[in-house]
Design a protein around this ligand. Structure first.
Ligand SMILES: Cc1cc2nc3c(=O)[nH]c(=O)nc-3n(C[C@H](O)[C@H](O)[C@H](O)COP(=O)(O)O)c2cc1C
Length: 386
């Protein structure tokens, strides 16, 4: 049985305090009994209910993957067009010093909107970075009437969630799955590199783990990451963004119990993140992949990479796969450039893909899930349409 916050409070505070002490109230207060419910999560269920087709298309865009759930977007709409803008204030600090992830996330939103436009009976004519003088103008989408076409990827939009839990180490991923994913990479500016044999898994895994360690040891990166951590229920409701306890892949029971505890400090959060990368995320992955582009600083290519990532994650969802970006190595490589220090990770990543025509911008892991990934919050249409 799921109790809403109000139902729970109706049961009577005095009895509950007598039975379980004040910590029950903390759990209620932290939304223990309403994981994925409430206003911050409602877009996942009502995204097709908005009045106009363009609003419904934007709602699909908002459900896209995006860095640290910062949702760095603003939309301007008419009946026949959508303009997508980057919001520099929502940059995740020195985790993403050159806004690589920001533009990848915007590309993810473009892909969801393309699929939703088709389902709404439009052909979407997409121009990426349409105005060279305005760096924040990420895309212009003009809509021309066509017959509605709903694809399985469109249907997967509300089912896709980043899965940070352990993956099933007893279940291999078949070759047809890898080739199915390869066939989704239709943009010539994007190339996918796989790491799936034992030595490639070990090499990628080692870099991912040392990058996570280096990231939490960099105080500014740690602070900028923690700024998007939302543990408090009211905070989640108010901001409807950021990384939540529920999205950590601990399972609803453990995340529910964790809500009995006081807010995690930045240090303990960093420590458990690092342990998760080392003990769970890396060792249970069936394979790793890296999406690369010719020029990692080029926003058009980053946007295209985002479109490809979103498509891969949606298709993976239709196949019952679990996926998670693992960007610490690219975040460290960017940070090295920003600080002008030795490019330790820059070099390791270049060695990893072993082709100097391509620059790695989106590393990830995949496998079969052992636990369902929970919803992450989203800001509603009224917050993101200008
Ligand atoms: C460019 C980019 C980088 C990301 N990097 C990471 C990462 O390093 N680790 C991680 O767990 N999730 C990462 N994510 C996933 C986001 O945190 C996730 O999409 C966001 O919190 C929203 O949650 P959802 O995907 O479940 O809707 C990344 C997503 C994007 C688009």
């Amino acid at each position: 049985m799921k109790l809403s916050r109000r139902d729970f409070l109706k049961l009577g505070g005095a009895t509950l305090i007598a039975v379980a002490g004040g910590s029950v109230f903390r759990a209620v207060d932290q939304g223990m009994f309403s994981v994925g419910q409430s206003v911050a999560y409602e877009l996942w269920t009502n995204w097709r209910d908005a009045n106009s087709p363009t609003e419904r298309i934007v709602a699909a865009g908002i459900l896209a993957s995006n860095p640290h759930n910062s949702q760095p977007w603003l939309f301007r709409i008419t009946d026949a067009s959508i303009d997508l803008f980057a919001v520099p204030e929502r940059q995740i600090g020195v985790i993403d010093p050159f806004r690589r992830e920001m533009y990848i996330g915007l590309g993810c939103a473009v892909e969801n909107m393309r699929l939703a436009a088709e389902a709404e009976g439009f052909k979407a004519n997409i121009r990426l970075m349409p105005d060279p003088r305005t760096e924040s103008h990420a895309a212009n989408i003009s809509l021309a009437s066509a017959s509605p076409a709903t694809s399985p990827l469109y249907e997967a939009i509300p089912q896709r969630h980043t899965n940070r839990a352990a993956y099933d180490t007893t279940r291999a991923v078949a070759e047809e799955i890898f080739s199915g994913i390869d066939s989704l990479v239709t943009e010539s500016a994007v190339r996918l590199f796989w790491f799936k044999d034992e030595s490639a898994l070990a090499q990628f895994g080692q870099i991912a783990i040392t990058a996570a360690e280096a990231l939490i040891a960099d105080e500014q990166q740690s602070l900028d990451s923690h700024a998007w951590w939302r543990q408090d229920w009211d905070q989640v409701q108010e901001s409807a963004d950021g990384i939540t306890l529920d999205a950590q892949g601990l399972g609803s029971f453990i995340s529910g119990m964790a809500k009995f505890l006081p807010d995690l400090s930045r240090q303990s959060n960093d420590e458990s993140f690092f342990k998760n990368v080392r003990d769970i995320m890396v060792p249970t992955a069936a394979a790793f992949g890296i999406l690369a582009v010719p020029d990692g600083m080029n926003n058009t290519q980053r946007l295209q990479c985002g479109q490809v990532w979103q498509r891969i994650h949606l298709w993976g969802t239709t196949q019952g796969l679990a996926m998670q970006p693992l960007n610490q190595m690219t975040e460290r490589a960017d940070r090295e450039v920003q600080l002008g220090i030795e490019p330790v990770f820059g070099k390791s990543i270049a060695d990893l893909i072993g082709d100097d025509q391509w620059q790695a911008i989106m590393p990830f892991r995949l496998g079969y899930p052992t636990a369902e990934a929970l919803l992450s919050p989203r800001r509603g249409l009224e917050k993101v349409i200008a």
